[in-house]
Design a protein around this ligand. Sequence first.
Ligand code: SAM
Length: 211
Amino acid sequence: MPDLPDGVERRDVGSETGLATQGPPAYGEPTDGAGWRHWNPRRSKLGAMLETGMDTGLAGGETVLYLGAAAGTTVSHVADFAGPTYAVEFAPRPVRDLLGVAEDRDRLFPLLKDARKPETYAHVVEPVDVVVQDVATRGQAEVALANREFLHDDGRLLMAVKARSEDVTADPEAVFDEVVETLSEGYEVLERERLEPYHADHLGVVARPRR
Ligand code: SAM
């Protein structure tokens, strides 16, 4: 099992045992008196990738571009252990909650932007060590390819692929093969792993930019 990033520990928090990060509470998650917050892999694809033992390469302290931040459940944990974390979300409603999550976190920068249009945030986002993607929308590989420009040469893409977002009727494994093939136009895929039992018909992907 790869090491967890610095700042992520396996702990008993409240009545839960599992991954935890230390930071201000964000979404009603179990917390303890020392500021640890339970990180539930059933509510987080990145949490599930860590829990299933995928080698994310995360060490802690990285600069992160997070695509598909929603209301900030996962990205709140990422900002606890990472460095500057840019959180892109295009739906105004969850961004309202995301702004609240960012209020207590000076390393978290919410951006109300469309991840298919990286040119609209290229002036704000610095080159990053890690792109985390969980957009659950059609064209997931294309979103990752469009944002490859932000990644350092030795950076990592940590991506969750939702099969049903691409095609509700197709066999998920066939969808995953197709997404990974498209992704290969710009990335070398290092690892792929189904995220069951935490997320049905989702694939976790670890990749690095192709030189
Ligand atoms: N990553 C979140 C978490 O773990 O807390 C959950 C993300 S949810 C599965 C997918 C999110 O991606 C939705 O909030 C959706 O609005 C957003 N999304 C989908 N397409 C997007 C796009 N092109 N640009 C930005 N956000 C997008």
